[in-house]
Design a protein around this ligand. Structure first.
Ligand code: T4K
Length: 369
């Protein structure tokens, strides 16, 4: 009987390290509402990410949702449907209209060649997704945003720890929203953050994450409760100490997958991008059934039969969700549709053994033509 291998496994510090980190809470009884751990974690992150400003939140979703609210966006927001539900939901929950741009067939990020024609006089922002940690075409998005006076909010949920041309990834656009969920390269159990330049956005977000309370007797905006608690901040502090080592271990796993699968006809696997220091967040593999010999569904099922939990991130596309009652046409995003029907993200975490990677690859390769 072999143990199950799931798509990922949370990175955790040693038990004693975490206990040491939270011990003080039994003295000060300060558990949430921007306490000392929150402040310490915020400072550590600002430093690690090399960004001007950062605001902590309960999760990556609230980072997106409250940033859009803070910017008081109106009308239409251009985004991609090849993402987690959160990206599109944050737009819709702000009363905004998502307009779906297709994705680039190599990076699965927003296809900038299809972006400009989607801009109308109702467009207020672009929300591109650095999906799987692949970086969007930042320069072109920036050029178009400036030309049409649009805000850019990057969904950077997958990119913690990455740099582009040596610059921390949180420095681009008007804001970048990160997730520190348990399933991410870096986690604070649940958690999220927004990085941005200047001080204005931070002040608005600080209020919005605390019900819009601005002072003891003043509630100046309709906020939510999205404050990171002290236990989550403490977990983030511990995990951040070990992050570089975690990323290095993930690289070993990814290198082995690339070694075993990259030359196989009909499989396209993740590859590093020029000028990007990657974090090895996900390992997507796209299966062309005719060429490879098996479809994504068949590979998924065979892996599952062997106790291996690959995932169909990101299928279905968000513009096909039943929640939207057929409002959006998938015909406008054919590349996203093609990839979403063929992609599997294979198990990836720092302690995944190379023998296990080999077993996964052996099963996949046993299905080829
Ligand atoms: N934008 C993008 C592009 C995103 O991908 C996400 C989240 C967000 C925004 C929003 O950020 P957050 O609000 O979540 O911070 C997972 C995560 O819940 C979600 O954070 C993530 N993206 C999404 C891609 O994946 P599920 O429903 O697939 O997770 P689940 O529970 O099936 O877990 C996957 C595997 O992870 C499990 O098989 C085992 C492992 N696992 C899971 C948990 C919960 C652990 O090892 N430990 C754990 O505690 O959504």
């Amino acid at each position: 009987m072999t143990n199950k291998i799931l798509v990922t496994r949370s990175s955790m510090p040693d038990f004693d390290e975490y206990i040491d980190e939270i011990k003080g809470m039994w003295d000060n009884c300060w558990l949430t509402n921007m306490g000392p751990k929150h402040k310490e974690f915020q400072a550590m992150l600002k430093d690690y990410m090399d960004v001007e400003n950062i605001e902590l939140l309960t999760n990556g979703h609230m980072a997106l949702e409250l940033t859009m609210q803070a910017m008081n966006l109106q009308g239409e927001v251009i985004t991609t449907p090849f993402t987690f539900a959160s990206t599109t939901h944050a737009i819709v929950r702000n009363g905004l209209e998502p307009v779906f741009c297709d994705i680039d067939p190599d990076t699965y990020t927003m296809d900038v060649n299809k972006l400009e024609k989607l801009i109308t006089d109702r467009t207020s922002a672009i929300v591109p997704v650095h999906v799987y940690g692949n970086i969007c075409n930042i320069e072109e998005i920036d050029r178009l945003a400036k030309k049409y006076n649009l805000k850019v909010i990057y969904d950077a949920a997958h990119t913690f720890g990455e740099t582009y041309k040596g610059v921390g990834i949180g420095n681009f656009g008007d804001a970048s929203c990160f997730s520190f969920h348990a399933t991410k390269v870096f986690n604070s159990i649940e958690g999220g953050a927004v990085s941005f330049k200047g001080e204005r956005l931070g002040k608005i977000l600080y209020d919005l994450k605390n019900f819009g309370i601005h002072g003891p007797e003043e509630v100046s905006s309709v906020g939510a409760n999205a404050k990171m608690n002290e236990f989550c901040a403490a977990m983030g502090i511990c995990n951040l100490r070990h992050l570089d080592e975690e990323i290095a271990k993930r690289k070993t796993v990814v290198d082995r997958y690339i070694d075993r699968l990259s030359d196989v006809a009909g499989i396209t696997v993740w590859k590093p991008q020029k000028d990007v220091k990657p974090n090895y967040a996900y390992f997507p593999a796209v299966f062309e059934p005719g060429e490879f010999g098996a479809s994504r569904e068949e590979v998924f099922a065979k892996l599952a039969d062997n106790g291996i939990g690959a995932r169909k991130y990101f299928y279905p596309l968000t513009n096909t969700f039943s929640a939207f009652n057929g409002k959006y046409s998938v015909d406008k995003t054919p590349v996203a549709l093609h990839i979403s029907k063929r992609v599997l993200t294979l198990p990836l975490y720092s302690d995944l053994k190379l023998e296990e990677v080999d077993r996964i690859c052996d099963i996949i390769l046993s299905m080829k033509n």
